[in-house]
Design a protein around this ligand. Sequence first.
Ligand code: GLC
Length: 747
Amino acid sequence: MKKRLITIAVALITGAALLFPQSPVRKLPQATESRIDSIIRMMTLEEKLGQLNQIGGTWYDTKTERLNEEQTAMLKAGQIGSFLGITGAAETGRIQRMVMEESRMKIPVLFGADIIHGYSTITPIPLAEASSWNPALVERSARMAAMEGSAVGIHWTYAPMVDIARDPRWGRIAEGSGEDPHLGSVMGAARVKGFQGDDLLQFGSLLACAKHFAAYGGAEAGRDYNTVDMSERTLREIFLPPYKAAIDAGAWTLMSAFNEIGGVPASGSAWLMTDLLRKEWGFTGLVVSDYTAVMELMNHRIAKDSTEAGIIGLSSGVDIDMVSRIYLRKLSDAVRTGALPESVVDEAVRRVLRVKFVYGLFDDPYRNAKPEKEKELLLAPAHRDIARTMAQQSIVLLKNEKELLPITKNARTIALVGPLAGNDHRRDLVGTWAWVQKPEQVVSVIDGITAKLPKGTKLLYDKGCEIESDSGYRAEQAVAAAKKADVIIAVLGEAQRHSGEAASRSNLDLPGRQRDLLKALKATGKPVILVVMNGRPLTLQWEAENIPAIIEAWHLGVETGNALADVLFGDYNPSGKLPVTFPRNLGQIPLYYNHKSTGRPLVPKDKYTSRYLDVPNTPLYPFGHGLSYTTFHYGAVKVSSAAVKIGEPVTVTAEVTNSGKRAGEEVVQLYLRDDVASVTRPVKELKGFKKIMLQPGETTTVSFTVTPDDLSFYGLDMKRTVEPGSFTVYVGGNSVDCQQAVFNVVK
Ligand code: GLC
């Protein structure tokens, strides 16, 4: 057996940045800061408030001139500092020219847009990209999105969304990286680096915007915009690290969240936006509110009118008011009456101007207004290649009984069934936040499979049913086709509208009559491969018990059909791992791997322990789960020392062998448990991972360097601390099946 020693030191340095409060405080050269001060001194109060005012355009319509008369007049009067959703190199150039030639201060405007997973070349939804556990690839995907966003005149993307989500009822789980702070931090940092590149002044770089600060994913009952109420400990240990990682990766902007946290709306929270973000973390960039979030402080009933909402929002540290125009319209009086110190306005303007300088707009206001770049870059073949690779690696093989997959040449007739298989639902394949995608640009499942069909193999297709309506149910015809086939591929799942913003679901089964269709297909006795396309974990208990092969394909973007066919026919060996837990049923939610022990941890034979009467505590598929067309064997976990002093690192190694018959990639995961501490600690926490490729029979030693930061937590005094005592370390291919070892931390 070949032995290849690879020492893969996963210096969990992200841990350091995450766990200690100091961000790289990024000040601009003094000359620039002085220039900013001099600009502010020349501005009127209305012009200052104009810089804090962002208005929305008609979404991504690049054909016509987009500003109405009122907006044009506001622009020329210096009352607009940035735009949301206006794209098109020619149009953004035209608007900028008006600013530079007709406004008094000639301060360039910023063009922001939601480029979440691609602009024209839509890649898999972020939750799918996170399933690749490949931050370098995710960075490339973000880079490509930034190139396309720059080509259409955008300066600023409202991404990455880094909200931790533990409740799959919440539709926006689709936009993030799942339930884990470490994975979410690594992916958030990768996307920031992808969007901003090595040099923000270069064409192709976009300002990143970590959102939604903070803890938007903690909405009670998974209902969007709902109340968030959690301890500061949970906030700091679980929900805050990805925002901090994004800032440490260089993000110059954040977006404030809609939700309250424990009684204080995020977009009006001075503790969050100033004490924590600016004073503790040293963030020097700007905060933009979410859409009308400033106005919504009245809905939260902490502001009696819009003036008070504006004062609370700006004073808390939310610099730009997205769309509600309260800052512009109400705060000049507030300043004049003394209700709001002008110094507060000046500080917000300083942050906005700082970001505009950082992005080079004062030197080149027209930097991204290059129409020729649109033709060159949008949906470029090289971009499609990235989208296809990203989609391949986003696919998670959940089940593969008797190696039904990959489909071999023995399958002379294949039946392709399901509402997401044909050409009529291509828009659904790109998932949420894919505004400009034209359906004909998406490679459908049937097209992808047809292109890859082995010679002589016949493909039968029937839609079988609609995604959610009962009408159009045609199981009979689908079954008729299925009976003629050697294998059935059922492509089922959610529509684009079922996830993303304002798309919470109280039932996580396959929508409509899709399960009925699946049962009819199973009844034929033919082997069924289920491909699920969705924006969140679904409750697939029946499917898991009755279908021999299940692929989690999420919403994969423009290259869906090709990437799926690559996996189905074995040209790509699936390597994805779940970034989020799949529950058995709704009643288990919230269900996540890094849970606490409780005082009565489950003892199978003891009724009086933490459990349900009607369902196990375990998930259907755990965090980190994902199969391959090969198998991997994990040897014993070894630690560099049985006892390490506080402040010292410890090296953890494990041998991993490809014990199967074909090459494959494995995501080796490292988890830690602080066995006894002064506060309750999770039963397991992801602290590192490494994706490795192994040839059949090959063995590699994977090595992780666990740093003191990884051993630390917020103690009783809410300060970071490392306590002496034993730690259990786990290494495995998911969060459940691990080899483990113990080491002690000593004074
Ligand atoms: C939306 C979303 C936010 C987005 C913003 C601008 O309501 O909450 O994620 O960036 O508005 O479109």
